[in-house]
Design a protein around this ligand. Sequence first.
Ligand code: HEM
Ligand SMILES: *[C@@H]1O[C@H](CO)[C@@H](O)[C@H](O)[C@H]1NC(C)=O
Length: 519
Amino acid sequence: MVSKQIQDMEVETLASACLFLIVVTLLWLSATTKPFSTTSTAIFPKVYPIIGSAFSVAANDHRRNQWLSNILQNSPTATFVLHRPFGTRQIFTANPANVQHILKTHFHIYYKGPTLNSTVGDFLGNGIFNADGDKWKFQRQHSSHEFNTRSLRKFVETVVDDELSNRLIPILSHASKTQTTFHDFQDILQRFTFDNICRIAFGYDPEYLIPSLPETEFVKAFNDGTEICSWRLNAAVPLFWKIKKLLNIGSEKRLRVAISQVRDLATKIIREKKQELKEKNTLESVDLLSRFLSTSLSDEALVSDIIVSFILAGRDTTSAALTWFFWLLSKHPHVEKEVLKEIDEKSETSASAYDEVKNMVYTHAALCESMRLYPPVPAGRKEASNDDVLPDGTFVKKGTGVVFHTYTMGRSEKIWGPDWAEFRPERWLNRVQEDDKWKFKGVDPFTYPVFLAGPRVCLGKEMAFLQMKTMVAGIMRQFKVVPVVANGAEPEYTSALTSLVKGGLHVRIEARSVTKTHY
Ligand code: HEM
Ligand SMILES: *[C@@H]1O[C@H](CO)[C@@H](O)[C@H](O)[C@H]1NC(C)=O
């Protein structure tokens, strides 16, 4: 045991020395050569031989989205080419015409591709998120049943409602009575969405949102996996993590452990489900997992990949969106008032919980507006499978990575007008004159690709809105969520795969003085 540790340490020291040598060489090379580009201003990153703009990428790692946004806003067609190490290029765009081209009209050219898979494939395997071609089609077709109206209604009326009434509300109630604060409200929301996605997708209840707020190994492993994959994706010099992986050290060693823990649980869920299906002989629970297991698919590894992709899709996105939403509401009392008004109105006039949230137009707009400023998925990545030219004239060489930057698009003056920085749900609404009611006014998905667009548009979009509105109504009807932050302090938008609030959100829960509650 001890000698194994010493051995590990030696390997690690050796590897660190190698990395150090590489860095020094690169530094020396770039210090002795002049940058290529002549247009290098403070905004556009300098380009050096061999390492490209790796220095700028590394220097802006902590504010990657803001940095990219600044560059894109200052590019004539909202498109620019980032020079990566060893002559690789990556195209970034915030131009709606390009986005439409990539996601829809030239969908056949832009696929997830081998570069993405070499980065996240270890963790996601062949799951829907990084699958292409027939593997993607198969998963898309079979999962889409889970998202029809009947399933969605059932989802809201059983799973979400149960998690809300029997888990979340009692916990918030207790906090408001004892005046304890939540160090991290985002964590509470993630527990909620984690239970939810596991129950709907696999018919498995992990009981993660319970008063003791347990730490579970699986969730820790899952967090490690997504975090380390984000690092890989954003790495200034990808060669570094590849070396670390080869030597199985540091974060790469942690990733390997995390992956095997996540796989173990996924396999356990699958075996239990198989047993259950065998015993029952009928398919009474129509969760996604049962569906896949009852197809001709017997490949346990693939089913386990599917599980991982769905947890990733369903957990962090909605919880990140809601955390930012509650933060914004706390700063915009008039929006909060309007949302509360709608909650009261709808709970009086609706026949069921499903109808109630289905018709919450103002809240829907407020959520869209919140995700415009803080998109849960800040960027989308594709790879060109052939040479191509984007509508704005940018040439795309086969194999080039193309990233559309949703975060920048949500903050573009050209798209949203001079008041783009304001949180104003009304921009998504029309007042209908006759009955003084709000009517939702959509925006085309290429201008607002928060859920993507085209054939690979988010499958869970409607489910996510129903879930978020049910949670918002359930929470706000009884409680006020008050962030506990220093005056003027802003939560930080992270640059990970999903943009959660960095470090979470510290809040106090106050019981609302009695409104017309229906609980
Ligand atoms: C606010 C919440 C959500 C947002 C903003 C969101 C956004 C997105 C985005 C941007 C993608 C494309 C990712 C990519 O290919 O690069 C995506 C795909 C997907 N989402 Fe969502 N999502 C949300 C919630 C959900 C939920 C609750 C589910 C339910 C399980 C879900 C299921 C999926 C699936 C299965 C895909 C892959 C679709 C495909 O590649 O064909 N999403 N989502
Ligand atoms: C993606 O990567 C994983 C793990 O490295 C591998 O199992 C899978 O076959 C790859 N998929 C494709 C399409 O290359």
